[in-house]
Design a protein around this ligand. Structure first.
Ligand code: OGA
Ligand code: NI
Length: 357
């Protein structure tokens, strides 16, 4: 039997290699270390043949009638699934592919190069490479390594980024910021607010780019790439490669978010659910481990992070409060929300419950 102190020692030994899950795979392991083994409820639910909507954004700049239809689609998807995919979003295919390639190149660098970025110092660093942000908090580790880059409000100086993905990260995030404005306008309208509402309250002030690398796993049925969770931000724009494995919880069933080359996956985060007073849904999702990868993804989180001082309070938007729809959450700063999320780690429970009135 593994005792708690054995487990902590094993986590530390793994962490101190600074070479992540990729390092284990490169060492040729055929059995996964016990601290990666997930508690049993993961993966028990059968998949449902329901499809996450794919929305064509080219209607955003057309006439009023088309725009209204588009807002309606965004609203329905954000209320029922909390997820949708978008095409004709304005980001060239080569830029998407080059971004994924940059993440792959970084993770496939020599360990000595990657180690320089390995840290758990979230309060002062803007470029953070590690495996499992919640390694010491969560019940089980995930089969995933991550490079996190805070690109807004203040980006790092270019030299702080790894050379192999430096230029493309700056280029990609310029496109993402522009797409963010369009999406927040549509979401504002979906809530019955003026188009600039959500950007005026600075939902897109911060942008954190989480690049994930999911190495092939020798025992994929025993662990997961990412534990079931919802995102601690206002909105996420996710770019995934062609491997697949992302699933969303819908009516207590897991449904696949199939890779569509050129599309981006959009999902409502916890903070948008909170300020929309549950009108928009932050839905739980997970990533299965695979044995055919590596799988690469880039999740752009619209939110400030712990390295940004921002004392703005967020609570349910006043315009959405009525006698029949009283406020459901207390106010919080983004920082307090993220500190709570991180203190808990990915444990399968929603952070929103803690802020619910
Ligand atoms: C996340 C996330 C999904 C993926 O970063 O929060 O859910 O496909 N990522 O990597
Ligand atoms: Ni997520």
């Amino acid at each position: 039997m593994t005792t708690t102190s054995d487990r902590i020692r094993e986590l530390k030994t793994f962490d101190e290699t600074k070479s992540g899950v990729k390092g284990l795979v490169d060492a040729g392991i055929t059995k996964i270390p016990p601290f990666f083994i997930q508690p049993h409820e993961q993966g028990e639910l059968v998949s449902l043949p329901v499809e996450i909507p794919v929305i064509d954004l080219s209607g955003a700049n057309s006439d009023a009638a088309l725009r209204e239809q588009l807002v309606e689609k965004v609203k329905n998807a954000s209320q029922t699934f909390g997820f949708f995919q978008v095409v004709n979003h304005g980001i060239p295919l080569e830029v998407l592919d080059e971004m994924l390639e940059g993440v792959k190149l970084f993770n496939e660098e020599e360990v000595e190069v990657k180690k320089k970025y390995y840290t758990r110092d979230y309060s002062s660093k803007k470029v953070i490479y590690n495996s499992n942000f919640d390694l010491y908090q969560s019940p089980a580790a995930n089969w995933r390594d991550t490079l996190l880059i805070t690109m807004a409000p203040e980006p790092p100086i270019p030299e702080e980024l790894p050379a192999v993905c430096r230029d493309i990260t700056f280029k990609y995030t310029e496109y993402i910021k522009r797409l963010g404005i369009i999406l927040f306008e549509l979401l504002s309208e979906a809530l019955g607010l003026k188009p600039s509402y959500l950007t005026e309250i600075e939902c897109n002030k911060g942008l954190n780019v989480l690049t994930h690398y999911y190495p092939p796993c020798p025992e994929p049925h025993l662990t997961v790439g990412t534990t079931k969770h919802s995102d601690p931000d206002f909105l996420t724009v996710l770019l995934q490669d062609s491997i697949g494995g992302l699933q969303v919880l819908y009516q207590n069933h897991w449904i696949d978010v199939p890779p569509v080359h050129g599309a981006l996956v959009i999902n409502v985060g916890d903070l948008l659910q909170l300020i929309s007073n549950d009108k928009l849904k932050s839905v739980e999702h997970r990533v299965l481990a695979n044995n055919i990868g590596p799988r690469v993804s880039v999740a752009c989180f619209f939110t400030t992070h712990l390295n940004t001082n921002c004392n703005r309070l967020y609570g349910p938007i006043k315009e959405l409060i009525t006698e029949v729809s009283p406020p459901l959450y207390k106010e919080t700063t983004v920082k307090d929300f993220i500190l709570y999320y991180r203190s808990k780690g990915l444990d399968g429970r929603s952070s929103l419950d803690y802020f619910r009135l």
